[in-house]
Design a protein around this ligand. Structure first.
Ligand code: SF4
Ligand code: SF4
Ligand code: SF4
Length: 400
């Protein structure tokens, strides 16, 4: 199937995707982005404050939790170097699964609102993620959605493109991938023998596993969110800005940014932050980055046929990828005026094909052939934002 047919198929499916379960709470992503200028990525940040000591009103309670995540966001929280010491001056860390021994029952025993700030990274993909997001929301005054997976769905949300949902995914993982298929063949076991069961009666009692959902959601499609920090993972500067705001709030009683603020972004597209100059050359071929020898370090990557998603991505990260001759993959999410990131990037790229009346040297078939090198257009254009897209998920014809 050619690229154009694939894209047509995608948008045909999108009608049905509307029938997917409605999110528990759809946060106003656009309004949130519109407030970004009030706390922009270029606002000054302080470094480590030596000898900060405990706040006058006592330490705040801080919780950090990872939902469907890779661990990179958790590690990035340590990227603030010695400023992390201010975190220990300022707070009791009541939960942080990779670092401290806080348990779910400890959080449940707390009063509502007893946690001052909870930072959650990762998408909401299973019943445990949802339960913990709801529990931490209930117990916390401020909830921060941290990283592309929590804010936009991120790479876990690409699972939404499997029409058969979690059953098809588990069937593939436990019986079709070569290592599983070989194991089943060699051991004589059946898939039922190796498939994880949500409930298992063991001699010691009933064991349960979290239930995997068909549709991966963002944090704000599950609970109310106060602040967003995008990125995969967020930059050191964004984290420092959050910590600065908390230090000002806890030690000096300074006002926090307005609810819904997206921390660390700029009200423009990544192209305006990128050092490369654009010539808006007509594209007659597209390439993977490794296919282009001698990349021009100053010319826009799109002008060189490398599919960069900067035009549909909000600025703030400092464009580290394009500085390193790699295209932007869009991890900061959509720009202010457009919330449909993949479609906006696709439109920007399509406008570079020489198909307009004044320079028409290509027809639809040529375009189709060129773009067919992208085997997974949704995965490319919505690599981070599937949960927030209009498409949201794929469904089977006549199915869910
Ligand atoms: S946003 Fe990136 S770094 Fe953070 S959990 Fe998701 S994949 Fe990992
Ligand atoms: S498309 Fe990419 S390389 Fe070109 S200016 Fe925009 S961010 Fe830079
Ligand atoms: S350049 Fe794009 S992919 Fe790279 S960090 Fe910035 S927003 Fe993310």
């Amino acid at each position: 199937m050619g690229f154009i047919e694939k894209v047509k198929g995608i948008f045909k499916r999108s009608d049905k995707a509307e029938a997917a379960p409605a999110p528990a709470k759809e946060a106003p992503a656009k309004e949130a982005v519109a407030k970004a200028a009030e706390f922009p990525a270029d606002s000054p940040i302080d470094g480590y404050v030596p000898g900060l000591g405990a706040p006058p009103g006592g330490k705040i309670n801080l919780a950090i939790y990872w939902a469907a995540a890779c661990g990179g966001c958790d590690v990035s929280l340590l990227d603030t170097d010695e400023k992390i010491l201010n975190v220990s001056d300022m707070s009791n860390i009541v939960m942080w699964p990779i670092a401290v021994d806080g348990k779910e029952k400890d959080i449940e025993a707390m009063e509502d609102g007893e946690i001052t700030v909870a930072i959650i990274n990762g998408a909401i993909r299973n019943s445990e993620n949802e339960h913990m997001a709801k529990l931490l929301r209930k117990k916390s005054q401020i909830l921060v959605s941290y990283g592309a997976c929590a804010c936009l769905g991120g790479s876990p949300a690409l699972a939404n493109l499997v029409p058969g949902g979690h059953k098809e995914i588990k069937d593939h993982v436990y019986s079709k991938v070569p290592s599983s298929a070989n194991f089943l063949a060699d051991s004589g076991k059946k898939i039922e023998d190796v498939m994880p069961r949500p409930v298992y009666e063991a001699p010691e009692g009933t064991l349960t596993l979290p239930v995997l959902y068909d549709t991966v959601k963002t944090l704000d499609q599950t609970v109310d969110v106060d602040y967003y920090i995008p990125g995969c993972p967020p930059t050191q500067k964004s984290i420092a800005q959050l910590l600065n705001a908390l230090v000002g709030f806890v030690y000096k009683g300074e006002a926090l940014p307005p609810k819904g603020t997206v921390i660390g972004v700029l009200a423009k597209s990544l192209c305006e932050e990128c050092h490369r100059h654009k010539e808006n050359r007509r594209i007659t071929n597209v390439y993977e980055p490794h296919e282009v020898m001698n990349v021009d370090h100053d010319l826009c990557l799109l002008d060189q046929g490398i599919l960069c998603l900067g035009a549909g991505t909000i600025a703030g990260c400092g464009a580290p990828c394009t500085k390193a001759d790699q295209p932007c993959r869009g991890c900061y999410g959509p720009t202010q005026p457009v919330s449909e990131q993949g479609a906006s990037i696709f439109t920007a790229i399509a406008s570079l094909f020489p198909v307009q009346a004044n320079d028409a040297t290509m027809d639809e078939d040529d375009m189709d052939e060129i773009m067919s090198v992208i085997n997974d257009p949704l995965g490319y254009f919505y690599a981070f934002s599937m949960s927030k897209s209009l498409i949201k998920r794929a469904v089977k014809e006549g199915g869910q």
